[in-house]
Design a protein around this ligand. Structure first.
Ligand code: XUL
Ligand code: CO
Length: 444
């Protein structure tokens, strides 16, 4: 992949990021992410399928409730917002190709500004999609997923598909339809639904049953429309328990899996698991991945991290190799992510204001996952970890244990097999041994 520049080089002075290995002290070089290195039969690029998030990387100014943005975008220099969007697209492809990442993802409104009418908004999006398609073709960069922003505009203050006002539900449909068209036009491999305001701020004025039924119906309609225009990829729901709503219906992976099954969506939909959403739901990232994998519904990952002292969604770039190792063990045991990948739904800190900071953040995140992949592979292939887990269940592998597991006995038969004495020999969980082995492999 050679890097792309439009008329202006927006990240001037920064070239293509090379792989230099762990001994390198060059900040703008990969230490662990070697795209072509083979691990467990596949290249790192094939395992990790990294994607750059359009919204944080090219739209997030660093503004927060207490202060204005701190990042200045060199492409924001035109009077027409569509011209700014076109130049932002150039900057995005320059960044993505310099970084050497194979995928990107976007919300409709990240890429193209809304117009005054629905028709104008759709025309803006189509113009940008045509330009994005050209840049995809000339660089080989691909679209991991598209989505619609159904949470920023004031009309979505009470939700999109779950809004108590029918007109807003219809407006959400127009946006999702156009975003599905855009995703298909760009060969997107997945389509994401994150229900940012699909929930409530006050239960006393909310008919939860009706709202959740509307959400199910809406997703069925979106699925059918996407299939009718040739979308063959996976639909993904991204769980998050709260923020911006007090309560979001897609609380966590287990809740979403139950919801998808209730509405007959389980064959078309999988889950997009975000690390910081997992912790916001009082789960670990690994827990959410494992629940999804166990249901055969692990679709894709929004790779980021929270802050242990903060309760909210800080969307920081992942750096913790212990976490990425645990995550990649689940992914490897799942046989990969299928059409999914690892999207950096992460933003720079507000005081990271140098042009190179966006590169450094992604390099760190990619290296953390690449190293996690290597360690996970070694743990699964060479350590006692897999057998320490399966040995705990050895008593269900034959005899009465197997009969029980296969549903071949009733409670009376099971009770008759109880050991005579209340005291019995117990099998250790070996947690400390497992934790010691992981630490040993982290530094091997
Ligand atoms: C918000 C979030 C979204 C989704 C896509 O917390 O994660 O950016 O990933 O809408
Ligand atoms: Co996300």
């Amino acid at each position: 992949m050679t890097y792309y520049t439009g008329k202006t080089e927006h990240f001037a002075g920064i070239g293509k990021i090379p792989f230099e290995g762990r001994k390198s002290d060059t900040p703008l070089a990969y230490k662990f992410y070697d795209a072509n290195k083979v691990v467990a039969g596949k290249t790192m690029a094939e395992h990790l399928r990294f994607a750059v998030a359009y919204w944080h990387s090219f739209c997030g100014t660093g503004a927060d409730p207490f202060g204005a943005g701190t990042r200045n975008f060199s492409w924001e220099k035109h009077s027409d917002p569509v011209d700014n969007a076109m130049e932002k697209l150039d900057a995005a492809f320059e960044f993505i190709t310099k970084l050497g990442v194979p995928y990107y993802c976007f919300h409709d409104r990240d890429m193209a500004p809304a117009g005054d009418t629905v028709a104008q908004s759709e025309a803006n999006l189509q113009k940008l999609v045509a330009a994005a398609k050209e840049r995809q073709n000339s660089t080989g960069v691909k679209l991991l997923w598209g989505t619609a922003n159904l949470f920023s505009h004031p009309k979505f203050m009470n939700g999109a598909s779950t809004n108590p006002q029918f007109e807003v539900v219809a407006a959400a449909a127009a946006q999702v339809k156009a975003a599905l068209d855009a995703t298909v036009a760009l060969g997107g491999e997945n389509y994401v639904f994150w229900g940012g305001r699909e929930g409530y701020t006050c239960l006393l004025n909310t008919d939860m049953k009706q709202e959740i039924e509307h959400m199910g119906r809406f997703l069925q309609m979106a699925r059918d429309y996407g299939r009718s225009i040739g979308f063959k990829g996976a639909y993904l729901v991204e769980p998050k328990p709260m923020e911006p709503s007090k309560h979001q219906y897609d609380v966590d992976a287990a809740t979403v899996i139950g919801f998808l099954k209730e509405f007959g969506l389980e064959n078309d939909f999988k889950l997009n698991i975000e690390a910081n959403h997992a912790t916001l739901a009082s789960h670990s990232f690994t827990h959410e991945l494992q629940i999804s994998a166990d249901a055969g519904m692990l679709g894709s990952i929004d790779a980021n991290r929270g802050d242990a002292q903060n309760g909210w969604d800080t969307d920081q770039f992942p750096t913790d190799i212990y976490q990425t190792t645990e995550a990649m063990m689940v992914v490897l045991q799942n046989g990969g992510l299928g059409s999914g990948g690892l999207n950096f739904d992460a933003k720079l800190r507000r005081n990271s204001t140098d042009a190179e900071d966006l590169f450094l953040a992604h390099i760190g995140g990619m290296d953390a996952f690449a190293r996690g992949l290597e360690i996970a592979d070694q743990l699964l292939a060479n350590s006692a970890l897999p057998s320490l887990k399966s040995d705990r269940y050895a008593s269900f592998q034959s005899g009465n244990g197997l009969k029980f597991a296969n549903g071949e006995m009733d409670l009376t038969a099971l009770a008759a097999l109880a050991p005579v004495n209340e005291e019995m020999p117990l099998v250790s969980g070996k947690q400390e041994l497992i934790e010691n082995i992981i630490n040993q492999y982290l530094y091997k």
